[in-house]
Design a protein around this ligand. Structure first.
Ligand code: GDP
Ligand code: IMO
Ligand code: MG
Length: 415
């Protein structure tokens, strides 16, 4: 059996949580492969809202196994807090022994560096993501599996603090006492030990036994460390390829790939965003779409659908299908716009470019529609909404397999 994959196509917050939750009803396992508690995935079932950051969005399917892969950076503190919402995770939540930990100094470094960057701040979530991945790549990180031997881990952390003392002191990052380190690690060990596993072998076994596995991406393609709008990106490979290294799968293990995109665009944090609308339309999208971050509560910047970026993302990820989310947010606009090309210094490009900050969007305008909210059949969508969907399909060269018309699990059109 091959594993199917869900990936964000834009700058995150596309509605991945809703789709993963919906699909998880038919899967035996859901696995996260990158990111950390910078992610915020909202699921709404029968009007009840649940926000997830680290636990995979398959958790509401009681019979599915949920895996946090080695490519995820795990804050034990945040995970323990999140786990408290559920009383039945034993035997259905597993954390890779190879996943790196986010510890309090990573969070302090993240925040201190953002302050120092001043006007050039990335606008990170302040969750220690960049510093934790930096430690991993620098080979000074600490892995979840090390919680099995607290004595050894606290000694190793003590050495880390000794070596890095000058840097940490300059940044104003507090170095915890040996006693405090041990005390914290003990809490993490007590809470997390039963969940630590060799998740790579676990995923291999599931696939060998013909079990259905869904891989859940966090963030979005345009935040990918290699292919996104660097340096205004996150610190992991958010694209589908990240699932291989982030879980221990081979490219041959991946089956269907579904890209998740909003019917418009949003971005939290800083960095270029060609179709951002600074006027009334942007404000209307934010108000109607409740575009405020699940993790930090920050206002999301809003603008029109960018077909150039979407086509780029579909190719990078190898999308078999796209799900178009939040179509209902465009209800009531007299005209809707799609960016079909970029203009850079008078030249037209239909390709994504190295420096997105220089780009001016070339728009195609279409007639709007009254109401798509809550519609669950394509033929019941207003004609202009149908045309809009078909145009996205044409421009991106990717089949649209699902359309979402409200936050609720049930309001989804399957094509
Ligand atoms: P994720 O990070 O990709 O999982 O997305 P978030 O959960 O951060 O943000 C998406 C937001 O849109 C959440 O509040 C969802 O409940 C909401 N949402 C998802 N699909 C729809 C939809 O079709 N219509 C509307 N109005 N809201 C939606
Ligand atoms: P989900 O999974 C939207 C953004 C931050 C910032 C940049 C780097 O909910 O889609 P980081 O803390 O990762 O170092 O911040 O990435 N960012 C997200 N934006 N959705 C997310 O996750 C995000 N995770 C990080 O706002 O611009
Ligand atoms: Mg989110």
């Amino acid at each position: 059996m091959k594993a199917d994959l869900i990936v964000g196509i834009q700058w995150g917050d596309e509605g991945k949580g809703k789709i993963v939750d919906r699909l998880a009803q038919n899967y035996d396992a859901v696995a996260r492969y990158q990111g950390g508690h910078n992610a915020g995935h909202t699921i709404v079932v029968d009007g009840k809202k649940i926000a997830l950051h680290l636990i995979p969005s398959g958790v509401l399917n009681k019979s599915a196994v949920n895996i946090i892969g080695n490519g995820v950076v795990v804050s034990p503190e945040a995970l323990i807090k999140e786990m408290k919402q559920f009383d039945d995770l034993k035997g259905r939540l597993f954390i890779s022994e190879k996943a790196h930990m986010i510890l309090s100094h990573h969070i302090a470094i993240d925040q201190a560096k953002e302050r120092l960057r001043g006007a050039k701040a990335i606008g990170t979530t302040g969750r220690g993501i960049g510093p934790a991945y930096s430690s991993k790549v620098e080979r000074s990180g600490h892995r979840i599996g090390e919680l099995r031997d607290i004595e050894r881990l606290s000694e190793s952390l003590k050495e880390y603090f000794e070596i890095n003392k000058p840097v940490l002191e300059t940044l104003g990052v507090e170095i915890p006492s040996f006693g405090k380190i041990k005390e914290e690690l003990k809490i993490y060990q007590e809470s997390l030990l039963p969940y630590i596993a060799d998740t790579t072998k676990m995923v291999w076994d599931l696939l060998r036994e013909n079990k259905k596995v869904l891989l859940e991406g966090a963030q979005g393609t345009l935040l990918d460390i290699d292919h996104g709008t660097y340096p205004y990106v996150t610190s992991s490979n958010t694209i589908s390829a990240g699932a291989c290294s982030g879980l221990g799968l081979s490219p041959k293990d991946i089956g269907k790939i579904v890209g998740i995109a909003k019917a418009y665009c949003t971005r939290v944090g800083n960095g270029p965003f060609p179709t951002e609308d600074f006027g009334e339309d942007g404000k209307k999208l934010r108000d109607r779409g409740h575009e405020f971050g699940t993790t930090t509560g920050r206002e999301r910047r809003c603008g029109w659908f960018d077909a150039v970026a979407c086509r780029y993302a579909c190719r990078l990820n190898g999308c078999d299908e796209l799900s178009i989310m939040k179509l209902d947010v465009l209800d009531g606009f007299e005209k809707v716009k799609i960016c079909v090309a970029y203009e850079i210094d008078g030249e037209i490009s239909e390709d994504f470019v190295f420096d997105l900050s220089k780009v001016k969007p070339v728009y195609e305008e279409m007639d709007g529609w009254d109401r798509s909210e809550g519609v669950s059949k394509f033929e019941n969508l207003p004609k202009n909404a149908q045309k809009y969907i078909k145009r996205i399909e044409e421009l991106t060269g990717t089949k649209i397999g699902m359309i979402s018309t409200s936050p609720d699990r049930k309001d989804t059109i399957l094509l």
